[in-house]
Design a protein around this ligand. Structure first.
Ligand code: CA
Ligand code: CA
Length: 182
């Protein structure tokens, strides 16, 4: 079927599509703009480091004190909080400054938690003692697990979170100390 548009004769389908295409283009631009806005509104996850110490809590107070040594050879595992997927593992070692050190580099994962494997003869010290997070133990003594750890949005990418430590007690050491003090 042909209709007259001014002096132009066009098929109805062509005429309709010509009339509607500006709306189609506008809608396409709106969709693209909306996608760009959504992308801009969703913050990317900054990279961060988690560390850094497993130590022997000699006086059993749940805090790092002068003279309490780091413990090498302890397995530390990092899991993604969302689905409990294992992201990686570390064995504590001397990092040039201290025994008992570990570090994880986290990229693109919003939240993780750590699990510390107890060596034979050891138990975990009390969790969250005192007011200084850089000196306390962050491990649940019953599960060996930390709370979820997230990047600090106020800090730039590559930030270090070195306050995630684990204090261990040694039953044999405690017994020997108690007997020697009698
Ligand atoms: Ca201590
Ligand atoms: Ca801590």
């Amino acid at each position: 079927m042909l209709i007259s548009v001014g002096a132009i004769l066009l098929p109805v389908r062509v005429r309709d599509s010509v009339r509607r295409w500006p709306l189609g283009v506008a809608a396409l631009f709106m969709v693209i703009a909306a996608l760009l806005l959504v992308r801009a509104a969703v913050p990317s996850v900054p990279s961060y480091y988690i560390g850094n110490l497993v130590w022997h809590d000699l006086n059993r107070n749940g805090q790092q004190d002068a003279g309490e040594p780091g413990l090498n050879g302890v397995m530390v595992k990092a899991y993604r909080t969302a689905d409990h997927a294992l992201l990686g593992s570390q064995v504590t070692q001397n990092n040039g400054n201290s025994d008992g050190a570990y570090v994880f580099s986290i990229n693109g994962v919003a939240s993780v938690y750590l699990v510390f494997d107890l060596p034979n003869g050891f138990t975990f010290t009390s969790q969250h003692q005192g007011t200084d997070d850089s000196l306390d133990s962050d491990v649940d003594p019953f599960t060996g697990r930390t709370d979820p750890i997230r990047a600090d949005p106020a800090k730039p990418p590559g930030q270090a979170q070195n306050q995630w430590d684990a204090g261990l007690l040694n039953k044999l050491y405690e017994r020997a100390s108690a007997e020697s003090s009698r």
